[in-house]
Write a protein that binds this ligand. Structure first.
Ligand code: PAF
Length: 274
């Protein structure tokens, strides 16, 4: 595996790749969720590139940019063992100039839910993903459904800018207790982890109620809020269609239920696609 820390060494390393390229962009502190993206990329492509870059422009003032978990040595081992060809780990200076062109998230889809709670987050996220996709020259790029809005916006960016890469949505990976894997789970104490399970429990409960015929969004959200009382603060419970329009009634095959809630230090998100 080649480790590239500059744009020049990355471009040089890429020259030896022939055939299709699968790309998995990450911010590091890799867990089984990332590993499943990397494994899928390995199965579907001739070569795989992973990037690790804690992107400052997608963190808001007061968020955890400085303390975001960094585990370089462990990440390198995971990538090496998984069969990654190139691990790209650039510095901030390599990726950004002082006075940059900006990409803005779309006015509606980019500013509801996560975009409303974290204004500017998606602008920075799209900016770095655009750069990384362009640099990687990927045939396919892999993103988890856990960041459902991120996935939708990247898919839209690729379409709007006629970018020649296929975006592959990948299922959420959970631990044995049901907690959706996230690098920020590292912040949870044992007690908080137990309370964090209320996110997946509330989604399971809603799914069960939907399967038994309850389609009313208001009722489902009220019931979910009961379960989510175990968290420290619910930021939102949303029932939307696949283009993020609110739904009064669940439409089977076209619905996402999304949650954001605080448990201790981290703000956790989870969702289910119905
Ligand atoms: O999902 C993430 O880890 C990040 O938002 C991404 C896509 C790597 C961009 O920094």
């Amino acid at each position: 595996m080649i480790i590239a820390r500059t744009i020049d060494t990355f471009k040089e390393a890429k020259k030896i790749l022939t055939g299709s390229i699968g790309f998995v962009p990450t911010m590091g502190a890799l867990h089984k969720g990332h590993l499943s993206l990397i494994q899928q990329a390995c199965q579907e492509n001739d070569h795989v590139i992973v990037s690790i870059f804690v992107n400052p422009t997608q963190f808001l003032e007061g968020e955890d940019l400085e303390s975001y978990p960094r585990r370089e040595e462990a990440d390198k081992k995971i990538c090496e063992l998984a069969g990654v060809d190139i691990l790209f780990m650039p510095t901030v200076e390599q990726m950004y100039e002082k006075d940059e062109l900006h990409i803005g998230a779309p006015a509606i889809r980019g500013y509801v839910l996560e975009g409303q709670k974290r204004p500017g987050h998606f602008d920075g996220m799209l900016q770095i993903v655009m750069k990384l996709l362009n640099l990687s020259g990927a045939t396919r790029a892999y993103f988890g459904k856990k960041d459902a809005q991120q996935l939708a916006l990247i898919t839209q960016m690729v379409k709007n800018y006629f970018m020649d890469v296929e975006i592959i949505p990948c299922d959420i990976v959970r631990d044995e207790s049901g907690l959706a894997l996230s690098s920020r789970n590292a912040y949870l104490s044992e007690e908080e982890k137990q309370r964090a399970l209320s996110l997946s429990r509330s989604l399971k409960r809603a799914t069960k109620r939907i399967m038994s015929g309850e389609l009313d969004s208001k009722t489902l959200k009220q019931e979910m809020a009961e379960v989510l009382k175990e968290t420290d603060k619910i930021e939102y419970i949303a029932i939307v269609d696949r283009t993020f329009n609110e739904l009064q009634k669940v439409e089977i095959g076209n619905t996402m239920i999304l949650i954001a809630a605080w448990v201790g230090k981290p703000r956790l998100i989870d969702n289910i696609w119905i």
